[in-house]
Each structure stands twice: as C-alpha cells, then as structure tokens.
Write a protein that binds this ligand. Structure first.
Ligand code: MV4
Length: 498
C-alpha cells in the first residue's frame, strides 16, 4: 500500500494520517464543503471535496469516496469510526473496485451487525451469554413464557441495533405487550429489520470491552480491556485501561473469550468485543467491527499503534508479536472533550473556538481535529478532542488527567471538561466500583458552578476557616501546589476557561 484514502474527518482522520506518514504511505483526505479548512485536509498529501456539508451528501456517499480513491490512485481506504466504517456494502464495493478496505471482511461485519447472528456464530465456543432468547420473538405468549422463566426485568433488544439503540426495559408482565409491539415497530422503522430478542436485564453493570487484533494468517490476539462505564445516553465520556476491578485471571479468561468471538466470524483487523460485567460475572454483548474512538487508551498501555497494525494486517503481513509478548504498562485514561454544555443537559454548544489551547507535558496525548479560531460545524458529532493521559498507576493517571483538564483552555463553546473533572474527583470513580448509572446517580449540573479547582476549593476552605476563627489574628498563609499557581504567580486567578 502506497497511498491511503481516509474516509473520515476530524481527529480520527488526522490520527490515521499520522500513522500513514510514519509508515511512508501517502494520504488522501476527503472533505465536505463544511470542512474545507479543516486540519485533516491540510495534513493530507492530497484532498478531494466529496460534497455538501450534510453527511448523507458527503461522508456517507460511498460511491463518491471510491471515485476519489480511483482518481487519486489510492490503493487502500481506511474508514475510521462512524460513517461507513461498519457498512458491509461499502466494504464490498471498495474491494470490488480493486482497493483494499482496511478492516474486516463484509461477511464478518454482517454477522456481527446482527446481534442474533453474533450469538449464533459464537455458539460453539461456549462464550458466556446473558440468559435470554437465541431467536427473534414476535409472539406475546412466547415472550411471557421467557419472562416467567428468566425473570423480570427483561430487556428487549433489536437484533439490528447495537450501542444501546433499539432497547426497551420491561419491568413486569403487564408491560410486556405494549413494549414488545413498540420495540418491533421501532426496530422495523429504524433498521428495516423488526427482529427483537429478549435478555435478562442486568440492572447494575459495568461495560468492559476487549481489543482484538487478527491477521489474515489465523493469528488472533487480544490487547486487554477498556473500561467504558462512564457514559451518558450510550455516549461514552471517560474510558480507561486497564479496568480497576478485573483480576488477572478474569482478564485472561475474558481475553480468550474475545479472541474466540473474533474466530467465530473469521475476523481480520482490529475489533472490539463488548462484555457486560455484573456482580463478578461477565457476558458477551456484541462485537464492534471497527477501530473505536477510545482505542488510544489501549495504545498507551500496550505501546502498540493500532492503526499501523490495521494497515500491516490489510497488507497481508503477519502479526509480529504474540500474546505472551503483550503486557500492560501503567494506566491510561481518556477524557472526551465535547462541545456540549454539561450544565444544560449536555446540549450541543457549537460555535467558534475562540481560544483553543491543549494541555502538554509528560504522559499527555491529545487527539484533536480543530484549531483555534475554527467553527465547529453543526452537521457532525460535536467531539472536539480526546485527551488521553498515561501514568504508572491509576491514581497518578487520575491526578494527571485533572492537571491536564485544568491546563486546557477553550473559550467560545462550553465543553464537557468540567464534567469530566467532576467524575475524576468523585469517590465512586476513584474506588473503581462505579457502573453505567454513574452519571444519573451522582451528577447534578449545579455541581459545576462555580468552576473551582481542587486546590482553589482547599484554599477557600482554609482561608474561610482562618477568617472565621476567633483565635486567628494573622491573615491566612496557604501553601499551594504548583498546579494552582498560574504563570503570573497569583494563586487567585481562577481557571474559568470552561
Ligand atoms: C444490557 C444491559 C443490561 N442487561 N444488556 C448498552 C449498550 C449495548 N451494547 C447494550 N447495552 C446494555 N445492554 C443486558 N442484558 C445494559 C445496557 C446498558 C443500558 C441499558 C439501558 C439503559 C441504559 C444503559 C446504559 C448502558 C448499558
């Protein structure tokens, strides 16, 4: 492969192109009219405009993207995540055009794109599955029977759904009829496939996923887990690797199951096997057949560049390391910086990035796709950046992430940075015992106002204790850490950039 077209935009397009450049591979950007001045367009060796701003007129137009690849002589297409990345028809069309699709086969995508198909495929490997049905349910009597057998609450899931789309919780028998009817009709209209199945609803759970890498020569490896339970409305906000709660035995066992899931669909490339962890047990949920947003935390703890591995695999090379060669080094945390207002129901807060200064220093990696002064387009996902830290322990990584958040300077739009700071400081997060309900359970928007750093809160507490204490004659002298001292040396200038 000498030239790769990156069929994506923003931070992931840049991230992929950077690995290409290190490998001596030329890059082609595609862009919509809204992204004409984007960093990914400037970074690429060549760029092709593929249409107007809306995704369905640009980044989702497979035929235009293939045309751009043929025109520029690209011999590979990397789809990134989102857009066409899990579209089997697109992958097929790419291959039929004589271009290498950097990802799994269309067949593997199709198997895993169907949750029921995935369950059927892994059957012979004894993968732990949540108690439920193996086939689509449309009949109320049958549903009731399953409900009585496995017990309520029951979760109705759309086979063609995934990532939380097309799910309904049924608390008791009386609610089954209505919910089943709605779930089927919603699945039909959202996915063009009304197949739904039932699972026991595990009310309190963690989401843990395993990164896998598979070459075209039958080598299947896992790169440990990512803990992704801190999410709201199925949008992950903070991810980390490794998980704070898995034992080494569980980790290896789960990794072996993940590898078998990949085997079950002859997987090739980088993929992610999602598990639900509840009360010490875990179960396979689904497999994502793409590079994931949160892949950097795995790169940080393993030292492996997943995009380079994807490219090497697509070129037909053998994986040059074995399972035994892989170890976990330290701890990584990713904080997603969205242009959303956490004080106002996380509504998108798109606008101009008047100030944009990313944090720096040891152990900090920022994958971003915007520059200061740029407008954040309304047409796409409002993620501005991923801020990833790496340190030797989880506690150090948490402190580093907070330090980095406090150094981030963004004005012009509200961001999720202050919310992430709240999470990182929370006792439940620090203990590692949190679950997917963390945000709903613990977060209230008023916690973000005003926006003081830990040190500032400490200072305020010490000063007020001193001022209000009758025995005190002298003004307070407070020792502060460097983190709260800005360049002018004043400890009183408060970071209100987010
Ligand atoms: C579940 C579950 C509980 N029990 N399955 C969410 C993402 C998708 N991959 C599957 N998801 C879930 N599957 C069983 N059997 C909980 C989730 C889940 C969830 C469910 C309802 C409302 C919010 C949720 C948030 C995270 C995960």
């Amino acid at each position: 492969m000498k030239k790769i077209l990156v069929a994506n935009r923003g931070e992931i397009a840049l991230r992929i192109m950077r690995s290409c450049r290190e490998m001596g591979i030329k890059t082609v950007a595609v862009y919509s009219e809204a992204d004409r001045y984007s960093p990914h367009v400037k970074y690429a060796d060549e760029a092709v405009c593929i249409g107007p701003a809306p995704s369905n007129q640009s980044y989702l137009r497979g035929e235009k993207i293939i045309e751009a690849a043929l025109k520029t002589g690209a011999d590979g297409i990397h789809p990134g995540y989102g857009f066409l990345s899990e579209n089997a028809a697109f992958a097929r069309m790419v291959s039929q055009s004589g271009i290498i699709f950097i990802g799994p086969s269309p067949e593997a995508m199709e198997i895993m794109g169907s949750k029921l198909g995935a369950k059927a495929a892994v059957k012979k490997y004894n993968i732990p599955l949540v108690p439920g049905t193996e086939h689509a349910i449309s009949n109320l009597e049958e549903a009731m029977e399953v409900g009585r057998k496995i017990g309520f609450p029951i979760l109705i899931k759309a086979s063609a759904g995934g990532g939380g789309k097309g799910m309904r919780i049924v608390e008791k028998e009386e609610e089954f009829e209505e919910n089943l009817k709605r779930a089927i009709s919603e699945a039909e209209s959202a996915f063009g496939d009304g197949s739904v199945f039932l699972e026991k609803y595990l009310r309190v759970s963690k989401h843990i996923e395993i990164q896998v890498l598979c070459d075209q020569h039958g080598n299947f490896l896992h790169l440990f887990e990512r803990e992704c339970s801190i999410q709201r409305r199925h949008q992950k906000v903070i991810e980390e690797a490794p998980s704070a709660i898995l034992t080494p035995e569980q980790r290896m066992e789960m990794g072996a199951h993940a590898v078998n899931v990949a085997r079950a669909c002859n997987y090739v490339g980088a993929g992610t096997v999602e598990f639900i962890y509840s009360d010490g047990e875990y179960y396979f949920l689904e497999m994502n057949t793409r590079l994931q947003v949160e892949h950097p935390v795995t790169e940080m703890i393993t030292g492996i560049d997943l995009v380079k591995e994807q490219i090497r695999i697509a070129r037909g090379e053998k994986l040059c390391f074995k399972q035994e060669d892989l170890t976990i080094r330290g701890h990584a945390i990713e904080v997603r910086v969205y242009a959303e207002d956490p004080a106002n129901q996380f509504l998108p807060d798109i606008g101009t990035l008047n100030t944009y200064k990313a944090p720096h220093g040891p152990g900090i990696r920022v994958d971003d796709g915007f520059a200061e002064g740029m407008q954040i387009p309304i047409y796409y996902d409002p993620m501005i950046a991923k801020m990833v830290v790496h340190a030797s322990t989880r506690d150090e990584a948490i402190e580093k992430a907070i330090r980095a958040i406090d150094e981030y300077r963004i004005t012009g739009v509200e961001t999720t940075l202050s919310f992430c700071r709240f999470v990182l400081n929370h006792e439940e997060f620090r203990k590692g015992t949190f679950n997917t309900h963390f945000v709903n359970t613990y977060f209230k928007p008023e916690y973000l106002k005003p926006n003081f750093t830990n040190e500032e809160l400490e200072i305020a507490a010490l000063v007020s204790a001193d001022l209000f204490s009758s025995s005190s004659k002298k003004p307070a002298t407070v020792k502060t850490s460097n983190a709260s001292t800005n360049q002018t040396g004043s400890v009183w200038r408060i970071n209100r950039s987010f």
